[in-house]
Structure formats: C-alpha cells, structure tokens
Write a protein that binds this ligand. Structure first.
Ligand code: DGT
Ligand code: CA
Ligand code: CA
Ligand code: ZN
Length: 583
C-alpha cells in the first residue's frame, strides 16, 4: 500500500474518532462519511496522490468535504480540522474511551465537571468517590467503571502500543528510510520483532556506511512530531500517533551483532553474553570478539554468531529466555509451523463486512499453494450475517467452482456461527450439519461472568456441527479484555468432543493468545491457524497466527493445517466424533 494511501486512512480514522468525541454521542452522518470514505479508499488500487478533487469525488463513498481534506493532506501534509480536534481532545483524554462503558458523552462530562483529563485523574476521582454525585453516574456505575479500569490496566501499561498499530507504523518509517541513498538494509527489532502483542516503542536498525543522511531523513519525516534525542548514529523521535521510534545506524559488517543486541530480549542477550564469556569471548552490539587477541569471531549475520556460540539459530519470537537457549544448545528448538496447506476461516463478499468475491478468494488461495480452502461467511446471528437461501446459493457456486478447478484445491463450504449468551447457535442442527465445517465464535455479551462464558462456549463445542471455536476469548489487544473462561474446562471439552481451537491471525485479535496457547499446548487440543480474511490480501494474516503459535512453543503436530494437504483433507472430512479423545 502506498504511503499516501496509508496517511489518508490514518487521517480518516482519527477524524472519525475525534468527531465522535466532539459530537458527544452516537456516530453521526459525518462520522459515517469518514468511515465510508476509508472503506472506499482501502479498496482503491490507484495512488491517491495523483487524483484531482473531481477524480476523488468520483470514487463512490467520498463526498466533497472528505475530498477536500484528502487534498489538503496530500498537498500540505496536515489537515486543519484534525489539528483543531487534536488540540481540543489530547491523547490522554482519548485514552479514557478505551474503558468499557465510558462513551464520549461521559468522558466530556467528567472533564467538564471534575477536570478529569486522563486515566490518572479518573482513578483519583474514583478513589474520592466523586462520580456518584454526578448527573448520569451513580454508586453502581462508579463501581463498574472502577472494575473496567482495573481490567484495562491489567492488560499492561496503557502507553504501550498494540502490535496492530505498531507493525504497520514501523513498516512506513522503514519504507521511508530504505529510500535514503546508501542504506543497504532496514529492519525492525526489539519487542516488535519478537512479536510481543504490545510494544513500548519501535526499534529500527539501519545498515549504511554513513549515518548522517539517515538521521537527517528521519527527523524531517512528515509523520514525526518531535525529536527526543539526536546523536550521530542514534536518534529517537515521537510520531504524530504518539509512538516513540528509536533508530540506530550501523555499518553492514556489524549488522548481525546489532540485530541480536536490539532484538533482545534483555535476558536472552545476557545468556548469550555468558556463553561468549565462557569461551573467552565478548559479545556486544558490534561483534563477537576474542578477548585475548581482539579478533572478531563473528559480526555480520545473526546466524554466524549463534553458530559460533554453539547454538542453532533462534527465531526472534522465541528470544524470551524461557528455555530457548538451552534447547538451541542441544538442537531441540520447537519446530516452526512451516508452509500451511489450508485456511479454515475466510469471508467473501457474501458477508456484510467481506470485500472480495468468492472467485478472487479462491484464486488467491491457489496462489498460496493451499490444498484446502474453507469459506466461512457470517451466519444470520451476526450483524454482517446472511440467511439460509444465500448460503445455499453460495454452496452451489462453490460446488460448481470445484468442478472447474479439479482436484488440486479442495473447496469446503463452511459458515461462521454466532454463539449466543447461553450457547445457542444459528439456524437448526440439520442445516448446520449440512456444512462441511462450522466455526462458532463469540461476538457479543462480553460482560457475562466466567461460569456463564464457559458454559456458552462448552455448549457450542458439544454441538455436533461445530468443528472449531473462533477467537476463543474475543479480546482486542489494547482494547477489549478477554472474556473470563475456565480454560481447563474448555480444553477438556475441546479434546473430548474433537473441537479445534482457532489461532486467529488478525493482528488486533491474535486469539488464542500466546498465554492461552501455552496453557493449552500440553492438553491434547488441536489448533487451526487462520486468517479470518475479509479481503484477498488478508489471507497472508495466517502467517501472524503461525508466529503467535511458534511464540507459544506449540508443536506443529497439534496443528492440522501444517500437515500435508492429503492428511489435512482426510482429517477434516472424517466425522468430528472420530477426533474425540477420552480423558
Ligand atoms: P519494549 O520496547 O518495552 O516493548 O521492549 P524491548 O525489548 O523492545 O526493549 P527496548 O526498546 O528497551 O530495547 C530494545 C532492545 O535493545 C532490547 O530488547 C535489548 C536491547 N537493550 C536495550 N537496552 C539494553 C540494556 O541496557 N542492556 C542490554 N543487554 N540490552 C539492551
Ligand atoms: Ca522497544
Ligand atoms: Ca527502544
Ligand atoms: Zn470471521
């Protein structure tokens, strides 16, 4: 995606968010106009930078006022309206909107009446019991807000950025820096490369003979808000999205040592240095060096350094000092997921929120070399869902397409069912059983307690049609907390019924999380890596699901879509009950 396009999408998203706040209520026509425009632009192939106002307005979904703002951004790098709104509603205030049950109206009232400008102020007001006297609040809502705030804080420090925001952001800065003359490579390191679900900052490592031009290019980037610290080879900036970016330049010969150093984790690096010392060497950000002679043992590539230290290469997602060094020393690192042979959670334009038609999804799956593709549009219990007739018509189209395709790619007709508050599912059992594959997911009623959540998920798993539970905890990283569940019971029933748990690769979800996967991996449960794609380009998201599973040390033998296509096919086509294992 071109940078201009991403800039425009960022601008529209922020405008929608701030306008909602500004209008203090339910999303208005203006907010919807921004959202419609984003969708229209996201599916445009053209480079927006070259379009005139007239061209822009010809794109359906873009009105005059939005077209003006896009041109203003492209021409000047800023949008007056947005600057005014940012001033009016600083980032700290906007953080309050992440608390469940606190909408724009309430946030503005808290600021007007109690001077609450951010999370800390809110915590103080709650402690002093100041909210209960306020119109629209009471003792009960005070208590609920307190709990919601605690849940949000438990997910980690609020200043950390979710991976879904940080990764594309890092890619944009990297693209700009790669274009600087003399740069031979540019990569993200730190917690982002280790694929942590939230990151404190973005660490970028650039290889170039001369650092000056890179530092200069960085501080003059349009998306940089201010410079925190500037040095000859190292500069830290804060972007307009409020994310810190640390950039370090090294000469190409030192790239490997620097990559290891800046990827971390700190405790992984400490263990590496101890191994170096035991061999009479030192390891730092420049090289692995023989202490006696001062000769460089290895520095250019990470692989050479690991090898010299008697280790097999440790993939970044494993570098957390949770036993990976010991395992690498005896060549017993967990196996990577490898090439995938199919996807089992994919939407088409039949879903209200799906973008690509069936035929395009199928050819994109073929290009990925899949042996199985399962189409799972939304069932009618979800807002974006459809009725039986539409699904039956889709089934006919899938079967016809299969005849044209021949045998190399097996097309399965599935559906994404909605799990109701008591575990009820869409349609009736007979209709559900007519599908090749049903994934059932929680999309609402997040407020139920652990007993009720566990019961609804367990009920869904006991349904003979349900082959997989989609995004088990329904969490959104940095946003919605996971629903509370008795995980042991979930794993036990999953195994006893032969129900698979999904590892959803959409970056805001990554659900099951690493934490859940670690608890599940010895429990005899199977996992399916999925993209939950709503567009052809999103099929690649399944690779994030793979990273997440690798990070959790899940063995690919537990993951049917890492098996050869034949074996996968046979496994999927066998009845669900045949996969059940008794406890
Ligand atoms: P974050 O940013 O909090 O999500 O976590 P990291 O791991 O990205 O931490 P960060 O940004 O402070 O540092 C990036 C990497 O640089 C870190 O993983 C290891 C390396 N590093 C930074 N400071 C030190 C240090 O004082 N000692 C050592 N050994 N390594 C460091
Ligand atoms: Ca970092
Ligand atoms: Ca850093
Ligand atoms: Zn879905």
């Amino acid at each position: 995606m071109s940078d201009t396009k991403q800039d425009v999408l960022d601008m529209l998203r922020e405008l929608a968010e701030l306008t909602t706040l500004d209008e203090g209520g339910a999303p208005s026509f203006r907010v919807r106009a921004y959202e419609n425009a984003s969708q229209a632009i996201a599916s445009q192939a053209t480079d927006l930078g070259r379009l005139s106002r007239k061209d822009l307005q010809k794109i359906s979904g873009i009105g005059k006022s939005t077209a003006d703002k896009i041109l203003e951004l492209v021409d000047t790098g800023r949008v007056q309206k947005l600057e005014v709104l940012r001033e009016k509603y600083p980032r700290q205030l906007r953080t309050l909107l992440r608390i469940q049950g606190l909408g724009p109206k309430a946030v503005l009232r808290l600021r007007a009446e109690l001077g609450v400008a951010g999370i800390e102020d809110l915590r103080r007001a709650l402690t002093l019991k100041q909210l209960r006297g306020l119109k629209g609040f009471g003792e009960k809502s005070e208590e609920k807000l307190g709990q919601a705030l605690t849940r949000l804080e438990e997910q980690g420090p609020l200043e950390r950025s979710p991976l879904s925001v940080a990764l594309p952001h890092a890619e944009r800065v990297l693209a700009e820096l790669r274009a600087v003359p003399g740069v031979s490579s540019a990569a993200h390191c730190g917690s982002l490369r280790r694929f942590q679900e939230t990151v404190g900052d973005i660490d970028l490592l650039i290889a170039a003979r001369a650092a000056g031009p890179v530092m200069e290019a960085l501080v003059s980037l349009n998306l940089v808000e201010r410079v925190l610290a500037r040095g000859d080879t190292k500069t830290s900036v804060v972007t307009k999205r409020g994310i810190q970016v640390d950039v370090r330049v090294v000469v190409p010969e030192q790239l490997g040592a620097a990559m290891i150093y800046f990827t971390g984790s700190k405790s992984h690096n400490i263990k590496l240095r101890q191994r170096a010392l035991a061999r009479g060497w030192t390891l730092n950000e420049y090289a692995l060096t023989d202490s006696a002679s001062g000769k460089v043992v290895a520095s250019e590539s990470e692989a050479e350094i690991y090898e010299a230290l008697g280790l097999v290469f440790v993939p970044p997602v494993l570098r957390e000092d949770t036993g990976e060094i010991e395992a690498a020393a005896v060549r017993e690192l967990p196996r990577p997921m490898g090439p995938l042979s199919g996807d089992f959670h994919v939407h088409t334009s039949v879903s209200g929120d799906g973008r690509s038609p069936l035929e395009e999804m199928v050819s994109a799956a073929r290009e990925r070399g899949y042996g199985v593709l399962t189409i799972t549009d939304h069932a009618e219990g979800t807002l974006s869902g459809v009725d039986r007739a539409t699904l039956l018509e889709q089934r006919a189209r899938i079967r016809a397409l299969q005849n044209e395709l021949g045998g190399s790619l097996r097309l399965l007709h599935g559906v994404e069912l909605n799990i109701g508050p008591s575990g009820e599912l869409d349609y009736d059992l007979e209709f559900r059983r007519s599908f090749d594959w049903c994934v059932a997911s929680v999309h609402s009623h997040f407020e139920l307690d652990a007993a009720a959540q566990t019961a609804r998920v367990v009920q869904a798993m006991r349904d003979p049609s349900v082959r997989m539970i989609g995004h088990l905890t329904a969490r959104m990283i940095g946003g919605r907390p996971p629903i509370p569940l008795d995980l042991n019971e979930v794993f036990q029933v999953a195994r006893a019924t032969g129900t698979v748990l999904e590892v959803n690769g959409a970056l805001p979800r990554l659900d099951c999380s690493v934490d859940v996967l670690r608890q599940a991996r010895e429990q005899g449960v199977h996992f399916m890596l999925t993209s939950d794609a709503h567009h052809t380009r999103e099929l690649a998201l399944v690779e994030f699901a793979a990273l997440n599973a690798e990070r959790a040390w899940v063995d690919p033998s537990r993951v049917p879509n890492t098996w050869p296509a034949e074996q996968l096919s046979a496994w999927v086509m066998a009845p669900k009950a045949s996969h059940a294992t008794q406890v």
